[in-house]
Design a protein around this ligand. Structure first.
Ligand code: FES
Ligand code: FE2
Length: 349
């Protein structure tokens, strides 16, 4: 895992994915077993039996109350990963313990800490409160990506690609044509990229969901907290309608597009996406439309990034990219990611 920052929080799943069943997901190359205890807490432990490595998420391994019984020879573990029973002897070896991961369930996500558990500080998990807050309706999903997570970071930090890759969905000519502003908060470790289009075509994604016809104001304000959480604060309004001096903005439509970018391995990624809106809250037709549209857009990115991963795998060493103004945010993100990776590596040295 040379290029993936460790000692970091990553989204492993949506809370809804984890019930009282054994659930596996690989995060940063670590195969992790999840389940929800009867008290409702999510547990995360290594999905590899300490005896002969049998995956505990694999049948016939099974959950009995809040203990998991290995399907190979019956080693039995509690929710904290400690082994409570082994076959053929009463003495349980002291070292029989699954690695246990710090877990926090927040904003509809299940976050896990990958790295040194002593450094896990839940207060440092970036927030996406809209995803389960009153006044917002959210659609969400996850698509597997056969490409390294850095390619998805590049993709999301430069939305000029919407004009070309997502034409007919969220792309219009103004996205690529409008310059961006980029700011980096080095101390907090956040990259901001803004593109304010004050007179733009309304793409189908927003025309059909908001009902706005004709030209619009379209503001895109990206806030990326490496490595995992990306937020696109999207504001759509009739031409000339600005937020009030007090910050109120009743005549605009707000969409919070949230991605959690979680490395599965060095070369594969979990692409979690969510779209939260503050309008048409109870309109199932709008929810279905946005879910279908956004999933299509994500799959367009997935197809392109899967190709890029293959291109990179076969290119000669030393290939040089060429960067321009639109890449400023992506380059800043790469710099912050490199710093996090170095910090994680240094703390293990
Ligand atoms: S591999 Fe799990 S009990 Fe033997
Ligand atoms: Fe895209």
């Amino acid at each position: 895992m040379v290029s993936i920052p460790r000692d970091q929080w990553y989204v492993a799943a949506y809370g809804r994915e984890i019930g009282h069943d054994l659930f596996n997901r690989t995060v940063c190359g670590e195969s992790i077993l999840f389940w929800r205890t009867r008290a409702g807490a999510v547990t995360a432990v290594s999905d590899r039996c300490v005896h002969r490595r049998f995956p505990l998420s694999e049948a016939p391994s099974r959950l009995v109350d809040d203990q998991v019984v290995c399907g190979y020879h019956g080693f039995t573990y509690g929710a904290d990963g400690g082994c409570v029973a082994v076959p053929g002897q009463t003495r349980v070896p002291r070292t029989a313990r699954l690695k246990s991961y710090p877990v926090v369930e927040q904003d509809s996500f299940v976050w896990v800490w990958i790295g040194d558990p002593a450094k896990a500080d839940a207060s440092r998990i970036p927030r996406a409160p809209w995803l389960d807050a009153p006044g917002w309706t959210t659609v969400s999903g996850m698509e597997p990506l056969n490409a390294r997570f850095g390619l998805l970071v590049d993709n999301l930090l430069d939305l000029s690609h919407e004009t070309y890759l997502h034409s007919g969905y969220i792309g219009t000519p103004e996205v690529a044509a409008t310059p961006i502003t980029t700011e980096v908060d080095d101390e907090a470790g956040v990259v901001y990229v803004s593109r304010h289009m004050d007179d733009a075509e309304c793409p189908p994604f927003y025309a059909k969901s908001t009902g706005l016809a004709g030209r619009i104001m379209r503001w895109q304000d990206i806030e990326y907290t490496p490595p995992c959480l990306y937020k696109l604060h999207s504001r759509i309004a009739p031409l000339g309608v600005l937020p009030g001096a007090d910050g109120s903005d009743p005549d605009a439509f707000h969409v919070e597009v949230v991605y959690a970018i979680t490395p599965e391995t060095e070369h594969t990624t979990h692409d979690f996406w969510a779209v939260a809106r503050d309008f048409a809250l109870d309109d199932q037709g709008v929810s279905d439309f946005l879910a279908e549209q956004n999933r299509t857009v994500v799959l367009q990115d997935v197809a392109a990034l899967n190709v890029l991963e293959q291109v990179i795998a076969t290119e000669p060493a030393g290939y040089q990219e060429l960067s321009i103004n639109i890449d400023t945010g992506g380059l800043a993100a790469r710099r912050l990611l490199a710093r996090l990776t170095e910090q994680g590596a240094a703390s293990r040295a």
